[in-house]
Design a protein around this ligand. Structure first.
Ligand code: GDP
Ligand code: MG
Length: 694
């Protein structure tokens, strides 16, 4: 039920609370006259509160001691006072609450007033008083203790009994906890005349509290506890409400400012009180009241944990449901894009932090991890229900492999081995961390993760081998192109004169040239500069191939001059070079002064020199040891790898016809050659004949 105050009272209150920014609403009953927790009013009351930051303030003191009057004047609340009761003829017993909202600070002061029954003390009322005190203590940051100045220092009277209750209740509340929660006991000294300094009242009250604290039976674990471990103390004096009304109102204004500015709440202290978020307050106080009214022992921290657990669970359930709905289509049509799912998960956890993070840290953390687990389970179930393992692997592999891997390998530059190794490592790391993202979302399980890593590693290896082979053959071709070019040039020049050592010289040149080229690719220590990633066996095979190719280049260069036409030209040139000029002096022959016989002899000599050369040439080069020697000499590593003599047999692999000119061809060359040189000698004969006629 809601209490509506009458107009005259309102007028009075409005005068006292001129601040229009502050709003108070009609009070609700938290605990009804029948001592029931009034859920029906509390739930809408709490959910209507806009700013969720709040402080709870209660007042405690004997009946008709002016508590409601003070609260109304302090906070602009409209709690029923005895004066109204007289005019209305009825007060309503219970615990009341009103909200003083301070929008500019986004704060609410929730004020609780206890209305006992007046008149003769009954044990039933005592019981309610005690319960109300327990309730106020369990839910408030500030408990105002209403005492009359003239009763301070007197050992009897209601006050002391109430304080004793506060202490006892307190021990009950903090049974076996070393909670850091502290309550501020704010003594409001009523009808304070001002003659006695507040300090001295403070001393007196503290002494009384101390004595009383000692006298209280404490549980084992709290034997050494001091009352200041549980309470902070503050004292304020209030002049007589009727006789010194102005001063009373001034004192109210002062204290009100302390509340509104939150000066009175020592943030440092009350923050660690792990205050419940407002949305858990209803549940918490409801539980407290349940325990209080069933006279069970009340353990506040346990109550707070219970509420935190319930509330965070409730929030996480809601968020899980939302996640389920939002992720449904993503998971059903999963195409490997974990990012959308990650985003959704992150958003869920952020929302959970916003609502659940306000509850007790440990409870929040625990619930967060179980929420995460549930989401992961959901992910895994949805994915594995919808996607067959193979497709699953394909998606992941393709995504990662295609995007990153091949492109980089193709781009790669010198030092193939280093590049491959570092790339392989970084790809594998990237892949693994990529997979972890899937695993964290439980899109794959550990077994799948391991399998995928294994697949990826073998994939990388195969790409690497492929690339390596390409690189190796590129290099082989490069070496042989260079070799061939040099051999071709050499032959072009060297065949111009018939030399008996033609093959030996050519062999020497070949070896020298090949060694020189290979030097570029072999380190001083004998290891390959070849930018390849081979093991020993592969290196050996590679060298064999390289050696074969060298011989092929050699053969090709020889083949280039081995056609009938070319050989005839070569022989003709050789002949001219020795017949027409002296090979020693390079001086042209003076046929004019030569006799025919000498000329004929010269012709035969030159011709036969050329023919001998051709005979020698046609036999081909003796390839024995040509390469093994080179590789052996140039590199210890290569030597080690090329131990077998088989590389010598490279030559035998080759078709003989490639290097050796057959009989038929030889005949044709000689025929052509003879024709040509006969013409030349004929010309010389003419010159001699002509000159002899002159
Ligand atoms: P409550 O039962 O403690 O809430 O007391 P009320 O606020 O209803 O007031 C009880 C009576 O005390 C009323 O008749 C008030 O007029 C009177 N009263 C209120 N404030 C003061 C005060 O500061 N001094 C004195 N002497 N009487 C007061
Ligand atoms: Mg009252």
């Amino acid at each position: 039920m809601t209490y509506q105050s009458d107009d005259s009272a309102l007028k009075h209150l409005e005068m006292l609370t001129p601040d229009e920014k502050v709003k108070t609403e009609n009070a609700i009953q938290v605990i009804t006259e029948e001592q029931a927790y009034n859920e029906a009013e509390i739930i809408p009351f709490v959910s209507n509160i806009k700013d969720k930051d709040y402080h709870v303030i209660s007042i405690f003191g004997s009946q008709s001691s002016g508590k409601s009057t003070l609260l109304n004047n302090l906070f602009g609340t409209r709690f029923q006072t005895m004066n109204e009761q007289i005019s209305r003829g009825q007060t309503t017993k219970g615990i009341w609450m009103s909200n003083r909202a301070i929008p500019e600070k986004n704060k609410n002061l929730l004020i609780m007033d206890v209305e006992g029954s007046d008149g003769i003390e009954k044990s039933e009322d005592k019981d309610f008083e005690r319960k109300a005190c327990l309730f106020a203590l369990s839910s408030s940051e500030v408990l105002m203790v209403n005492v009359w100045e003239n009763q301070i220092g007197l050992y009897q009277g209601n006050n002391m009994e109430l304080l004793k209750i506060v202490f006892e209740v307190n021990l009950q509340l903090f049974q076996d906890s070393n909670s850091t929660r502290k309550v501020l006991l704010l003594f409001v000294i009523r009808d304070y005349i001002g003659n006695t300094p507040l300090e001295s009242h403070k001393l007196t009250l503290c002494n009384e509290l101390e004595k009383m604290w000692e006298g209280i039976k404490k549980p084992e674990q709290l034997q050494d506890a001091k009352f200041t471990d549980f309470f902070d103390l503050e004292f304020r004096g209030f002049p007589h409400f009727v006789f010194q009304n102005d001063k009373f109102l001034d004192a109210c204004l002062d204290l009100r400012n302390e509340f509104d500015s939150e000066k009175i709440f020592n943030e440092d202290k009350y923050k660690i009180s792990t205050k419940l978020p407002l949305d858990g307050w209803e549940m918490y106080t409801s539980n407290c009241w349940k325990v209080i009214s069933s006279s069970e022992q009340l353990d506040l921290p346990t109550q707070q944990i219970l509420v935190a657990k319930f509330k965070t669970k409730e929030i996480s359930k809601k968020l899980l449901e939302e996640y389920k709905n939002l992720s449904k289509s993503l998971l059903e049509d999963f195409t490997g894009n974990y990012k959308a799912i990650q985003g959704l998960l992150d958003q869920t956890l952020v929302s959970f932090k916003e609502s659940g993070g306000r509850y007790m840290e440990s409870v929040y953390v625990e619930e967060k991890s179980s929420l995460l687990k549930e989401i992961q389970e959901l992910n895994f179930e949805s994915i594995s229900n919808n996607i067959d393992q193979k497709i699953h692997e394909n998606i992941l592999s393709k995504n990662i492999q295609n995007e990153l891997f091949k492109k980089e390998f193709v781009k790669a530059t010198p030092s193939f081995v280093d590049r491959c190794l570092s790339l392989t490592k970084s790809f594998e790391e990237d892949y693994q961390s990529e997979l972890e993202k899937y695993a964290n979302l439980s899109l794959i399980n550990q077994e799948q993760e391991l399998q995928l890593i294994h697949n990826y590693t073998s994939y990388v290896k195969s790409v690497l081998e492929e690339e390596n082979k390409k690189e190796a053959s590129k290099l082989r071709k490069k070496i042989n192109r260079e070799l061939f070019k040099h051999l071709e040039e050499y032959l072009e020049i060297s065949v111009s004169k018939p030399s008996e050592n033609f093959w030996d010289d050519f062999k020497q040149f070949y070896k020298k040239t090949l060694s020189k080229i290979l030097e570029k690719y072999i380190e001083v220590d004998g290891s390959f500069k070849f930018p390849l990633n081979f093991n020993e066996e592969e290196t050996q095979a590679y060298i064999k191939e390289l050696s074969n190719d060298n011989i092929k280049a050699l053969n090709k260069s020889i083949k280039g001059i081995s056609s009938v036409q070319k050989l005839v030209l070569i022989l003709e040139e050789q002949y001219k070079n020795i017949f027409l000029s002296d090979p020693e002096t390079h001086a042209p022959r003076m046929f004019e002064v030569m006799n025919l016989n000498d000329m004929e002899t010269l012709h035969e000599t030159c011709k036969s020199k050329c023919e001998i050369w051709l005979q020698q040439f046609s036999k081909g080069m003796d390839l024995t040891g040509v390469n093994s020697e080179i590789y052996n000499l140039e590199s210890s590593l290569v030597a080690r790898l090329l131990v077998d003599e088989s590389s010598d047999s490279d030559a035998s692999d080759l078709d003989e016809g490639d290097t050796i000119i057959n009989e038929l061809k030889l005949k044709r060359v000689l025929q052509e050659f003879t024709k040509k040189v006969n013409i030349i000698s004929l010309q010389s004969r003419r010159i001699i004949v002509q000159s002899s006629m002159n």
